[in-house]
Structure formats: C-alpha cells, structure tokens
Design a protein around this ligand. Structure first.
Ligand code: HPA
Length: 248
C-alpha cells in the first residue's frame, strides 16, 4: 500500500505544475486502465503530502475526449489519494460567473458522448449504479469553501457545470441551450471524471476557474474567444491558488 496522500490535485488548461510543491518526486504508474496523462508529481505542501497531475499532459497534448480519465484517477488512488481536487478551466454562462471568477460547483449536466465513463466496462465486471444526485463530495466542497474564506479568496459557492465534448468551443445556440438547462459554467473535462471518482470511492470536488464568457454569454455577444485570453485569465485567477491550497 502506498503511504497516504493528503490531497491529489488535477490541473486543467493553463495549470501544468504546482510551483509550491517541495521535495518533489515523480511517478508514472501504469494502471489496469493504461497510463495516466503524464507524470504524477508528489511533494510536500505546508507539511502535507500532495500529488499533482496535469490532466491534458504537461505539454497540453491530450484533448478532452482522449484523456484517460480512468487511468488518471486510478493512478492517483494507487499512489495513496483519497481526496481529489479537480481544477477545471471553464467558460462562464450566468451573471455571477464572469472571467477570473473561481467557483465550486455543486451540480453538473453531462453533454459528453463516446467517452469511457464507467469502470464496469469489461465483460464479467459487476455493474454498479452509483448514487450521483450530489455529484461532488459534500465534505470536501465545504472544506474548500472554508479554506477559501480563511485565505480571503472569493470563491462562488455552487453552480451547475455543463460538460461538453469539445475540443471546439460551443456555438451561441448551444450556450443558450445550456443556460436554459440551468448550467452556469461550461467545460470539457468535468465528466466522466467526477463519476469515475465516485465509482472509485474517491472524495472529489471541483474548483472551476472561469477563463472567458462562454459564446454569446458576455456583454459583447460578438466577442471571439482566444486561447491567449483564456490563458491570461487562468493565470490571473489562479494567483490566489497557493493561498487557498495552503489554507486547505
Ligand atoms: N467552453 C468550454 N470549455 C471551456 C470554455 C468554454 O467557453 N472556456 C474554457 N474551457
């Protein structure tokens, strides 16, 4: 058994390292589902054992629909993780979720397709129907929000994450539909990760980083979303992340 990790962090677009990790050792375990997106970096953060994995690979080379979500989570679990904080770069749809906002969603809607979204794929595996009414772990969400309050980092409590297929961004009509469905945020990697984490018995919560207004959702409906804007906003929004993680 691997020694326990206090926290595992999965980084999304624009988040490829946790610079504050100290005494880092690198592992790349193979799992029964294949290889994770890249090396898992395990180190010390304020006296705690913390692991970090870049979801898209360290050079951002794996598109959302090709990520081996099962291998990523199984690798973190094999390395001793019980709790996983997912950092997801997203677009904002509703008023409270403009660029550079941090949010801890409490619901999601899955619009992805064709992704391996369960552990029960192999013939002969017992099928499980996990309860997913509350898709994120309640206790971890609370702790994250309490840590944010302690660190003085504004984080919106709640919101519905719409998981789209990508890798293209959405049309304005698609975002209008997501809004009608009740989504506040849109991203491409929230699912199947959250469901697989629940199947694996991991405590899992999402910290969403709003990088842009989703198509047609902002004050300028004709705005074109550029990768540079996305990355600039992620960099600005995550300046507070070290303080938040320290408090957590
Ligand atoms: N849509 C989907 N995923 C995203 C977006 C978006 O507008 N911005 C960052 N990730």
């Amino acid at each position: 058994m691997a020694p326990r990790l206090d926290l595992a962090v999965i980084g999304g677009t624009g988040l490829y390292r946790l610079a504050e990790l100290q005494d880092v050792e690198t592992q790349q375990p193979d799992t029964r589902f294949g290889a994770p997106s890249g090396p898992v970096r395990i180190g010390t953060l304020h006296g705690r054992r913390v692991a970090f994995l870049a979801r898209h690979g360290e050079g951002h080379s794996i598109p959302p629909h090709r990520i081996n979500y099962r291998a990523n989570l199984a690798a973190l679990q094999a390395l001793g993780a019980r709790r996983v904080l997912a950092l997801n770069t997203v677009g904002g749809i509703t008023e409270r979720f403009g660029p550079r906002v941090l949010a801890c969603p409490d619901q999601l809607i899955d619009y992805t397709w064709g992704r391996v979204s369960t552990l029960c794929e192999e013939p002969g595996t017992e099928v499980v129907h996990i309860d997913f009414g509350e898709p994120y772990d309640r206790a971890l969400r609370r702790e994250l929000l309490a840590a944010a309050a302690k660190a003085g980092v504004p984080v919106v409590d709640g919101g519905c994450y719409g998981a789209t297929q990508g890798p293209r961004l959405e049309t304005r009509a698609e975002i209008a539909r997501l809004r009608r469905d009740g989504c506040d945020l849109v991203g491409m990697t929230g699912m199947p990760e959250a469901a697989l984490a629940r199947e694996l018995g991991l405590e899992y919560a999402c910290l969403a980083i709003v990088a842009n207004w989703a198509a047609g959702a902002g004050p300028d409906p004709d705005e074109v979303i550029t990768l540079q804007d996305v990355l600039d906003n992620v960099t600005a929004a995550t300046a507070t992340l070290p303080g938040l993680l320290a408090a957590l």
